[in-house]
Design a protein around this ligand. Structure first.
Ligand code: BV8
Length: 247
């Protein structure tokens, strides 16, 4: 297997998807055929889905909270922690995963682009209550209400059709700009993602346009696999610990 040199000239931007958590037993979106309770996830995980049936949306997220609370990080998560410790501020991890496993593994330089399963917020945009940690697995048939204004609570997750936090996108973009400006070697590695959802799936194109090197680690060829210069096929928990050559 080819190896990825991680030296003092390398700036590494990593994007992870559900395939990295799959090694911990967390089902992927593809693995569920993109469905949940026979509904497309893109409908359940959307403002329209929440407006239409908040009970069903909370069943979806409560089930995933319960599932994610019982799993542990895997060697793929651990490898990314080791790379961060080696590269310092020349490392940034953008994750599409909402399960919190990267932080539990010890990753600190993490951008949770699609939010976090264990955070809730008030669904009323005019409410002053900030997003707050919430590990509660709400019993089926209950939808939690905001103590401040009485509106429904919602998971602090970026749903389909919702904008990502501009600060998150700026942090990712600034990292790549800083790498290029420093004259360093910009490397983008995507692991365990189907490359189907934007804007995350477009990151590879942005890095290539900036002259960066692109790597894909995935169980099978993702939708945007042809955009990557390097493709290492396999399980992230097996590939990542062997891929990085830290010098
Ligand atoms: C946006 C949180 C601007 C939810 C997620 C029409 C109307 C509105 C928007 C759109 C539209 N058409 C397109 C869009 C844009 C849309 C989009 O891209 N849609 C897709 C379906 C075409 N994007 C958005 O809506 C984004 N916002 O664009 O805002 C805007 C606003 C309004 C109008 C227009 C534009 C917001 C997207 C965020 C959605 N939220 N997650 C939750 O988790 O509940 S997305 C969710 O699915 C994930 O976070 C991830 O991003 C995505 C795909 O999941 P993956 O992580 O890739 O997992 P998947 O299962 O798909 O693949 C796993 C891969 O791993 C596979 O390739 C498999 O082979 C591999 N694998 C499996 N096991 C292993 C492995 N690899 C290695 N090892 C293993 N062991």
């Amino acid at each position: 297997m080819e190896t990825l040199l991680l030296d003092s000239n390398t700036w590494l931007l990593v994007l992870t998807g559900a395939g990295v958590s799959a090694e911990s037993g967390v089902p992927t979106f593809r693995g569920m055929n993109g469905l949940w309770e026979d509904q497309p996830v893109t409908e359940v995980a959307s403002p329209q889905g929440f407006a239409k049936d908040p009970l069903r949306v909370w069943r979806f997220y409560s089930q995933r909270r319960a599932g994610a609370a019982d799993v542990s990080p895997n060697p793929g998560h651990d490898a990314l922690v080791a790379w961060e410790r080696h590269l310092g501020d020349r490392f940034l991890l953008a994750t599409q995963n909402v399960d919190g496993l990267h932080r539990r593994a010890g990753s600190q330089r993490v951008v949770e682009m699609h939010g976090n399963l264990f955070t809730s917020r008030c669904s009323n945009p005019d409410c002053t209550r900030a997003p707050f940690p919430d590990t509660t697995v709400y019993a089926s048939g209950t939808v939690p209400g905001c103590k401040e204004c009485g509106a429904l609570l919602r998971p602090h997750i970026v749903w389909f059709g919702e904008h990502l936090d501009p600060d998150d996108l700026t942090r990712i973009e600034s990292f790549a700009v800083k790498a290029v400006r420093s004259g360093g070697r910009l490397v983008f590695l995507a692991a365990g993602t189907s490359g189907a959802v934007y804007p995350a799936a477009g990151m590879v194109d942005n890095v290539r346009a900036a002259g960066g090197e692109t790597w894909l680690v995935n169980l099978d060829a993702s939708e945007n696999a042809s955009s990557f210069e390097h493709f290492v096929q396999g399980k992230s928990g097996e590939v990542l610990p062997k891929l990085g050559r830290l010098v």
